[in-house]
Ligand binder design. Sequence first.
Ligand code: F0G
Length: 456
Amino acid sequence: MPLMEPYRIKVVEPIPITTPEDRHRWLAATGYNQFSLRSEQVTIDLLTDSGTGALSAAQQAVAAGADETYAGASSYYRFREVVSDLTGYNYIQPVHQGRAAERILFGSVLRPGMISVSNTHFDTTRANVELLGCVALDLPCEEAADLDSAEPFKGNIDLARLRQVLAGPDRPRIGQVLMTITNNGGGGQPVSMANIEAASRLCREHGVPFFLDAARFAENAWWVTQREPGYADWTPRQVAQRAFALADGCVASLKKDGIVHMGGLVAVNDPELAEQCEMLCIATEGFRTYGGLAGRDLEMLAQGLIEVTDPLYLRARADATRYLGSLAKAAGVSIVEPAGIHAIYLNAKRLLPHLTASQFPGHALACELYLQGGIRCVELGSLYLGTLNERGELQSGPPFELVRLAVPRRVYTQSHLEYVGEVLAQIAKHPERVPGYRMTHVPKLLRHFNCRLERM
Ligand code: F0G
């Protein structure tokens, strides 16, 4: 089978072509914060793969026939049927996006002072745990710390430490174990079925609920079919079904592997927990048969959740992201190995050794991609994860300075990716020219969205 996307394009949208002078002016006006750019100022938007995918003709067709009834809409039942076949869970609740699912599930499971354990909590997931007065404990596997290692499942949870925590004195405080597939906070790396199985077994032994954060369940399943012994003959859908069956329920942002612009899911088996979630959902999201979504969203989700496990689609997506990774490496920019499927993560610390962590090398590289090529992306380093004082000076930083280039689903072609590779090559020719940054406005909360900086 030749390497190509298993679809063609029939609706297009022009993308803004801008000048370096414009981009310098626009970015300076935002205080060098790409979250404050307008979409007309961005040529290639790799900020996120969330809610940014292209719809299929089939999704648009079912949307046109959607039922917008308040209670009992047929679109809800179609959604439920598809999700039930995929996950096997009894209680299936649509919500408007992933963080609503987190608030509802965690709000029903956790009590103040409890601990949530994960391979890595995504940032909103951590925030929803902490807002409940609980502690979010990340236990990534040891291989994850080596950015260059090509280990196949660097998204795994550290089972030895999980066992220790579950058998230790903190056991009564552990409210849940949450497995994020794929591990977005950990370089977009997948989790093996063996790891999910072992974590699930440990949780059952210790009577702790085990949930999936299944935002990229299909992409995780793809890697399992490609990399895990014993799964070569399984379809991605079968792998995903097995993963869901190993857990007591899930939260999911369906803006990723649902291939829609808005949507999320809470699903559980336990009837009492279901009742609690349903109550919270009705009070804060919407009635149980729509949960904050329109009927057309539910229809498009039902269709998207079928399309997303197509092996031809997943292969093309994995190939495209790997290709982007190979272009970065050919340009002389290291990435977190192996390349993920929803994103590649650039190693800014290695490319810009002349910048100290307090000069925000990841942010500097992200700004350079915009200034030189109109490419928007996001820093995952000292700016986002570091501890800063009120003057914006770094007190302690994370071990890595990364830049995530997330690839929206079915949106960009090979020549767009090649353009990104060219811009990276241009930057990597003279990395010493990339300046550092200093923070001039330091918000107390959600710093990366609202901070302002200046060039040094
Ligand atoms: N869990 C994971 C693993 C995620 O990646 C996200 C969102 C969420 C939960 C929250 O879902 O946005 O629908 O409320 N990730 C996006 C990103 C924002 O860019 O990676 P949401």
